[in-house]
Design a protein around this ligand. Structure first.
Ligand code: PLP
Length: 444
């Protein structure tokens, strides 16, 4: 039976509610299903936390892990050392990248990789003689992680309030969230033009010589699956180019087929300078993240060796052999089983199921791209008025009704977020959304 008292401090949890209800304790998983220790099954409507693209219990991944642990359990990359897996994976990622990437730095999580992005942008500008160019623009509702730097980039108030964050030097741009942010009568193009003009006005007011980079998710995930309007990123890029500001694509959720193409940047017309990867890089089987850099930035680091000596950034577990072995096998599987093609083929089915819920009395909008989507909960469908966050309607749908009906998804305020494993079949999608509908009906 469930043990309510435990020493565990749950991450990103309402601790009082969790203490009262006790945890949902998982025991094993297979494919798109995960089972609790009482044997109840749940469909993974969010791929764990947007990561288990290949579902649970893949035999090839399990074998690759066992083989690697027997062959080489640990090797450092510090001081110019390496192992085959790290070398191969770096080459594979550079070859796959949808921009001119040249070097790959490995970490463990999306958060530490985005911290690395902040550090590298600062280091780079110091090294090329622009020490005043340091600020980073991030989007309201963007999610970039929880370490001190990454949480500062994150544009969700709960990650700052009473945490003494953000750190100085973070600028906030309006979220490209047409459903809630567009003015009455403003179409997508006019909305985009307004946001881009606002962005440029902020850059000019702050001083472009003080701004190093902008970071954005091609589709904002944890902020509520916000899909920026067509043309948004192309126009943002023009503004950034005018002011010599780098664009960092945070592809932690959107990387590896989630949007139906290898990278969300391709789907959303985002041309990045650097990229953050994690989650589906290993299909969530082991922690690993990567920062991809162009030659120009890497070269500044190499040139600095003459004066600085060591490039003083790196983790004990950068490029851990187990993680690189799993990531390499994951990339093999994506190619051999045509997983991105499968995501593309299943995307219309996924979209149809979401749209079928768009006229549910609780729902104001259904939206998706590829295999990531959301249902927007509203109090009033006509005015788009939202519930008071204190009502916790979204959280109730996900954490109480969803669990009751055997489907796992997450609520961000008033948005229910879905991103099932890319291997999900049509029959499994049918079953998943029957459970979602039952959960929503409970909330009426
Ligand atoms: N960036 C994005 C876009 C994410 O969605 C997340 C996590 O959900 C992160 C960064 C942080 O990754 P992690 O939880 O592995 O630190």
């Amino acid at each position: 039976m469930t043990t309510i008292a435990s020493a565990l401090l749950h991450p990103t949890t309402n601790l009082r509610s969790a203490a009262q209800s006790g945890p949902l304790v998982f025991a094993h998983g297979k494919g798109v299903r995960i089972f609790d220790r009482e044997g109840r099954d749940f469909i993974e409507g969010l791929s764990g936390l947007w990561c288990t693209a290949l579902g649970h219990g893949d035999e090839e991944l399990a074998e690759a892990a066992a083989r690697q642990l027997r062959d080489l359990s640990y090797a450092t990359l510090f001081a110019g050392k390496a192992h085959e897996g790290a070398l191969d994976l770096a080459d594979r990622l550079v070859a796959m990248a949808p921009f001119d990437a040249a070097r790959v730095f490995f970490g463990q999580s999306g958060s530490d990789a985005n911290d690395t992005q902040i550090k590298l942008v600062r280091h780079y500008n110091n090294l090329i003689g622009r020490p005043g160019k340091k600020k980073i623009i991030a989007l309201d509702r963007g999610y970039h992680g929880v370490t001190i730097g990454a949480a500062s980039l994150t544009g969700l108030a709960g990650f700052h309030r009473e945490w003494d964050l953000p750190i100085p030097g973070i600028l906030r741009a309006r979220c490209p969230y047409a459903y809630l942010e567009a003015h009455a009568g403003e179409d997508e193009d006019a909305f985009t033009a307004r946001l881009v003009a606002e962005l440029e006005a902020m850059i000019v007011a702050e001083g472009p010589e003080t701004i190093a980079a902008m970071i954005a998710e091609p589709v904002l995930g944890a902020g509520g699956v916000v899909i920026p309007p067509r043309g948004y990123f192309a126009q943002v890029r023009q503004v950034l180019d005018r002011h010599d500001i780098l664009l960092i694509a945070d592809e932690v959720i959107t990387g590896f087929g989630r949007t139906g193409e290898a990278f969300g940047s391709q789907t959303m017309g985002l041309r990045p300078d650097t990229m953050t990867l994690a989650k589906a890089l290993s299909s969530g089987y082991v922690p690993i993240s990567a920062v991809l850099l162009p030659q120009q930035i890497y070269q500044a680091f190499e040139d600095a060796s003459a004066t600085l000596g060591v490039f003083a950034h790196g983790y004990t577990y950068s490029g851990h052999p187990l993680a690189t072995a799993i990531a390499l096998k994951t990339l093999d599987i994506y190619r051999e089983r045509d997983i991105f093609g499968q995501a593309q083929r299943m995307a219309p089915v996924f979209a149809r199921h979401l749209q079928a819920l768009a006229d549910h009395p609780l729902i104001g909008e259904a939206r998706s791209v590829g295999m990531i989507g959301a249902l927007q909960i509203v109090r009033d469908r006509k005015t788009r008025a939202l519930y008071d966050p204190a009502d916790g309607v979204g959280a109730w749908c996900a954490d109480t009704a969803g669990i009751r009906h055997g489907v796992l998804f997450r609520a961000t305020f008033d948005t229910l977020c879905f991103a099932p494993p890319l291997v999900i079949s049509e029959a499994e999608l049918d079953e998943m959304f029957a459970r979602v509908r039952a959960a929503l009906d409970d909330a009426l």
